[in-house]
Design a protein around this ligand. Sequence first.
Ligand code: PHE
Length: 369
Amino acid sequence: MSEIIKNMSDTLVRLQVELTEIVQNANDLQMLEQAKVTALGKKGRITDLMKTLGAMDPEERKSTGQALNVLKDEIAGLISRQEEALKRQAMDEKLAREIIDITLSVRPERKGHIHPISQTMEELATIFADMGFRIAEGPEIEDDWHNFTALNFPPGHPAREMQDTFFLPEDTGAQGEFAKKLLRTHTSPVQIRHMKANKPPIRIIAMGRTYRSDYDMTHTPMFHQIEGLVIDEKTHMGHLKGCLRDFCEAYFEVDDLPMRFRPSFFPFVEPGAEVDIGCSRKDGGLKIGKGESWLEILGCGMVHPNVLKNCGIDPEQYQGFAFGMGIERIAMLKYGIPDLRTFFDSDARWLDYYGFDPLQRPNRAFSES
Ligand code: PHE
């Protein structure tokens, strides 16, 4: 080996040791970048040596060139491994720094609450889902046909009058009863929409906002209802009673709850009934269960043949029941809330008192029994 080549290979060995050390000592990404520039950059140590190749004789140039390339690849590999290690280390440190204890409540003094209406709707959905009901929906802006006519309201029925119903300007695009728009006064039009779009067997509940022009301790212009509808070939009044009994006992969490079905009139059911549950009043307080008093909680009945016909369902073949309840009302009864209007005051102190812990699960009494 010529003297020059021997010198060069010593130089390369020293350079390899030196650069390896620089790279391995780089303990953050910035230092590593600096090491990269020193080793491989345009003015770096390896490039500098590359530039001397031109002045060498061919044999020397060939062996030195190859050795430099090997060194270059080796250092580049070392740098990229070091880079990966540093990135991993940085990520681990970041994760350790940003650890969050999700078992701690964020700001206990500022904890938000679930509104009693949301809570009650969760409970209702849970109980009825366990009984095999699906959830159906419909619009809050309805037309006269779905809200009244299809539900067998006779033309002059008082509920259609202006004092109860919020009417909207007529829709110029629609015709006849579909042109007359209103805010739905109950969730019963969802029955109609569902029966028109689906074939029996049907087993649904519908929950949501309803509107009537009324305002006092037990009435607000906007309130919530839940509607139930079951249609098949065999369902009868006995099923209706059983279903509502199971529901009331699960919801109010009372066994052997006294219930009373009183004949009543709704145009869309025949026979129709109102349901009362037993309660007792002591020292201004109200307790649901066996007692000397009764509370009306819902309307129900067997779906009127005219309603089935209006939805294209043959009343000779199909039958079933429907029920409707005010959600605020049953929330007030279960949770002892005296004034309906307070539900919609958006008073944070009220919500702190009557609201629910977000982590509390809805009522599972029915499914666990
Ligand atoms: N829609 C009725 C109301 O708002 C309640 C009801 C529903 C009655 C279904 C019978 C059957 O008062």
